[in-house]
Design a protein around this ligand. Structure first.
Ligand code: PYC
Length: 317
């Protein structure tokens, strides 16, 4: 055994409504103390290769979200977590929080009940039911721009809202071209959503995710979405932070009442149940509640062999 070999990373994998999460339980370099936002910045500055080793091929895949378990900074929290993906760190991750709670329950480290979790964008609360469902009380969410018109690079246009749900979203209404939110249209959805994100960023909007909508196909669902993630993958789940941003827009438009249920279907046909409570009607700030279920798929040690040319993952860009 080579003595220079970094310690293996102990991970547990799950999927939430089809979207994968890999919780890193141990082996990651220590990020020190302080707010999780500062620790995420340190991760990106000094240990980005570990993020890539966890999420990118050959060990990971484009849609995979890593969840580094760490001590909380906020004293009201029992756990801390930093989420990351194939290209960098995320603020919050709804499906990832559901995956984290289900994974810790699987390991016998969490019992049904409420757990507060610190994240780089503020604390969230998760409730694990006896039946294994997880409900997240997400960070305060709000819409910042209504009905923004965008001319897209390469032609076409889009109108939609910009909202915060723990990450920044452009939620498209009308688009030209119009692409059906169907699995058979993934390439066209990817092309359209990438061009929307470029146009939103060029217009000075801090958008990292793009959400397109279509009619639901699952009984009881209100809408079906397609969500472009920062690294070019699409979310297999209905996206917890994206559904939070959607709730903020529905609340601001007066289309959904406080406490009323919204069932969001994903492009693969999985669902989250959602509702909100008002935090401040004047500024449009809401507290979103997102309910879903995760299933554990694997527990593993990731080996980091410095003689492996792809030890630190096949990087994007
Ligand atoms: O569920 O919030 C979410 C999420 C963000 C990126 C992928 N999933």
């Amino acid at each position: 055994m080579n003595d220079d070999r970094p310690a293996p990373l102990h991970v547990i994998d799950s999927h939430t409504a089809g979207e994968p999460t890999r919780v890193v339980l141990s082996g990651f370099p220590a990020l020190g103390e302080g707010p999780l936002s500062e620790r995420a910045a340190r991760l990106a500055r000094e240990f980005d290769r570990y993020r890539s080793a966890v999420c990118n091929e050959p060990r990971g895949s484009d849609p995979l979200v890593g969840a580094l378990l760490c001590p909380p900074h906020d004293p009201s929290c029992r756990l801390g977590v930093i989420f990351f993906n194939n290209v960098g760190c995320l603020g919050m991750c709804g499906h990832g929080t559901i995956g984290l709670v289900a994974s810790l329950a699987h390991l016998g480290e969490l019992a049904p009940g409420i757990v507060r979790i610190d994240t780089p964008v503020g604390p969230v609360e998760a409730h694990l039911s006896e039946a294994g469902e997880v409900t997240i009380a997400n960070v305060p969410s709000h819409r910042t721009v209504r009905d923004l018109a965008l001319d897209l690079p390469g032609g076409g246009s889009a109108r939609g809202d910009v909202a915060w749900g723990g990450n920044w979203f452009f939620l498209a209404g009308e688009t030209t071209p119009t692409v059906p939110v169907e699995l058979g249209q993934i390439e066209a959805l990817l092309d359209l959503s990438r061009r929307i994100r470029s146009a939103a960023n060029a217009a000075g909007q801090p958008v990292d995710h793009v959400e397109l909508f279509g009619p639901p196909t699952v009984p009881g669902a209100h809408s079906r979405n397609y969500v472009l993630c920062p690294g070019g993958a699409y979310d297999r789940s209905p996206c917890g932070t994206g559904t939070s941003a959607k709730l903020a827009c529905l609340a601001a438009d007066g289309v959904l009442a406080e406490g009323e249920e919204w069932v969001q279907e994903s492009v693969i046909g999985s669902t989250f149940r959602a509702r909100f409570e008002w935090l401040d009607r004047a500024t449009g700030r809401i507290r979103p509640y997102i309910t879903g279920r995760a299933h554990v798929t694997a527990e593993a040690k990731l080996h980091l062999d410095p003689t492996d040319p792809f030890c630190w993952g096949i990087r994007h860009g």
